[in-house]
Design a protein around this ligand. Structure first.
Ligand SMILES: CC(C)=CCC/C(C)=C(\C)COP(=O)(O)OP(=O)(O)O
Length: 460
């Protein structure tokens, strides 16, 4: 493809089959970056599943342990021993929003029982627009979600990271008087499950500090979980906090005033300190990538502020777009840094890679919506099942089914596209996609068990 054709190429769309076809015809070399190379390659037809496949992801691997001090690369195998997603099924163009009367079955897995909450056919006590989907049994969701299992589970390592994270939070001053929330959520366990390529507590802690700083923005400023939510101030707080994400450098006479505001705010201190610490383990460009993702996340938080202030209930399309921006991507973007390698920036920024990566990101946060239904009870605590129930006028059980279907569509698309990208990209890209796949599986496992979503109070 010529440079001009590439520059003028249309943005990626949701035409999976076309995209996979295009990927497979742009370059067969397994080591060539997807965005590089002037020579028109020979078309290479798909030869069927070539990776290790989802079933291989069930094998716990130790081979993927972190190369301890590599900051730029150094991997034993193209995926660092991690299973790579395999397009066992290339999804057909799916109906994202199934008709209310006859929803199709879940994309890959049997939908199983419909006994999530009230039994089908039971009398309804409230109109559909007022219903709140109940939390689905975790075991049932785990079976129905198209998602790999966690690659490893090392509870002691997770506990170590959580304990050190609590100490850090206390030092910084986030979650004052509520440090138990951090212990209960067990964020160290999330990092242990989601970054199986590293068994180094320091690296996992670096990722955990970033994640907790990000969560603290939500819990302190947006959701009202730690401080009272003040939607009218949200834009102002986020803008000032962003001056830490992308350091504002004011003229000397004014800089101290900004610094005073920043240092007085625990969330801003947490963001600054976690990013500073990350530099120990990540390259400058990896940290810059995270700074960019946080800017996007802040835009989405501002949107939530608008929803709260205006009493706006987003339609499903708008909420899904919001979840593209407000997802776990800021955590996932660190997979290579924490594992000790680096995907070339040209490949990371390639729209096809970006598309696959962000589809996986949205899928992770839909998992969050499903597992956090019991926790999200306030009138502006929107979630995908809840909004679908309202918009489609369907039962909570049906809304959960549709949410699972949307999640599975995203994951199947990621799986197919990641496999095609892996076949045409560099070893680092291949590994990055495998690391992403592992992150998604570890995150689902954490959501299924974390005290953040499964407290006795929520069950009541
Ligand atoms: C770790 C991280 C990127 C956090 C910022 C975004 C965030 C809090 C989520 C993606 C989770 O969504 P939600 O606000 O629904 O979180 P909880 O269910 O309250 O954990």
């Amino acid at each position: 493809m010529s440079l001009i054709s590439r520059v003028t190429a249309p943005a990626a769309t949701h035409d999976t089959a076309g995209l996979v076809r295009a990927l497979l015809s742009t370059g067969p070399s397994p080591t060539r970056p997807v965005a590089a190379g002037p020579t028109p390659p020979e078309p290479r037809p798909p030869s069927g599943p070539t990776g290790l496949g989802t079933s291989a992801a069930r094998v716990l691997t130790k081979a993927a342990a972190t190369p301890r001090c590599s900051r730029t690369g150094g991997f034993a195998s193209p995926t660092g021993g991690l299973p790579l997603p395999t397009p066992a099924i290339v999804p057909q163009p799916p109906a994202v929003r199934p008709p209310a009367a006859a929803p199709p079955p879940s994309a890959v897995l049997p939908t199983g029982s419909t006994s999530l909450g009230t039994p089908a056919g039971a009398p309804r006590t409230a109109p559909a627009h007022e219903t709140r989907p109940q939390a689905a049994p975790a075991s049932d969701l785990g079976r129905r979600l198209h998602c790999p299992p966690a690659v490893r589970d090392d509870p002691a390592l997770g506990e170590t990271v959580t304990e050190r994270l609590v100490e850090w939070a206390e030092e910084i001053g986030i979650y004052p008087g509520q440090l138990d929330k951090i212990r209960t959520a067990d964020f160290g366990r999330l990092m242990m499950l989601a970054h199986p390529e590293s068994d180094d507590p320091d690296r996992l802690l670096a990722a955990a500090k970033c994640a907790l700083a990000e969560w603290s923005v939500d819990d302190h400023y947006v959701d009202g979980e730690v401080e009272e939510a003040r939607p009218e101030q949200l834009g102002q707080r986020l803008a000032v906090a962003h001056s830490v994400i992308d350091q504002a450098n004011l003229p000397l006479a004014y800089a101290p005033q900004l610094e005073e505001v920043v240092t007085a705010d625990p969330v801003m201190r947490a963001l600054r300190d976690s990013l500073r610490n990350l530099h120990t383990y990540a390259t400058t460009s990896q940290v810059r990538r995270l700074r960019h993702e946080l800017g996007i996340m802040f835009v989405a938080y501002n949107q939530e502020g608008y929803w709260q202030a205006a009493g706006h209930r987003p339609p499903v399309w708008e909420y899904l777009m919001h979840r593209h921006e407000n997802s776990f991507i800021p955590c996932m973007v660190l997979v290579d840094a924490i594992a000790g390698y680096e995907i070339p920036y040209g490949e990371f920024a390639d729209p096809r890679v970006r598309r696959a990566f962000t589809l996986a990101g949205t899928a992770t946060v839909i998992v969050n919506d499903l597992y956090s239904m019991a926790k999200e009870k306030g009138p502006t605590d929107f979630s995908l099942p809840r909004l679908i129930a309202t918009e489609d006028g369907c039962s909570p059980e049906e809304a959960v089914d549709r949410t699972v279907g949307i999640h599975n569509e995203l994951m199947l698309t990621f799986e197919a596209e990641a496999a095609a990208l892996a076949a045409t990209g560099s070893p680092e890209l291949r590994r990055f996609l495998a690391s992403t796949w592992a992150w998604v599986g570890g995150s689902r496992e954490w959501h299924a068990s974390s005290g953040r979503y499964h407290s006795a109070a929520d069950a009541a």
